[in-house]
Write a protein that binds this ligand. Structure first.
Ligand code: SF4
Ligand code: SF4
Length: 99
């Protein structure tokens, strides 16, 4: 499929509502777990600066959820159904995807 034939996809994560946590066993990872095309990823909230003394470095356990492969979204809505906090919205070819 040529790139121009790909559907336009816009995925928004409301970071205020999202309860993603990489390290907290009770933290949510559901969208990551159910997405069939691995659209989501995570990374530390702030890069660690190893030139600073340990006590001044950022907490390495604070990670944030990202949409890294939006183009691979197929509009299935699985992440929307799985999200317990209503933190995701998706527009697929200009049409909102419903849960
Ligand atoms: S709609 Fe489906 S393919 Fe798209 S991000 Fe959600 S789970 Fe993944
Ligand atoms: S399912 Fe919802 S609350 Fe959970 S990590 Fe994904 S966007 Fe955040």
């Amino acid at each position: 499929m040529a790139d121009t034939d790909r559907p336009s996809v816009e995925i928004t994560i409301d970071q205020e509502k999202c309860r993603f946590s990489m390290y907290d066993p009770k933290g949510c990872k559901r969208c990551l777990q159910v997405c069939p095309t691995a659209v989501f990823a995570s990374r530390p909230n702030v890069k660690r600066d190893f030139s600073k003394p340990v006590e001044q470095r950022v907490d390495p356990t604070v990670w944030v959820l990202l949409v890294t492969w939006e183009d691979y979204c197929n509009g299935c809505g699985a992440c929307l159904r799985a999200c317990p906090h209503d933190a995701l919205t998706i527009e697929f070819d200009g049409v909102p995807v419903s849960a």
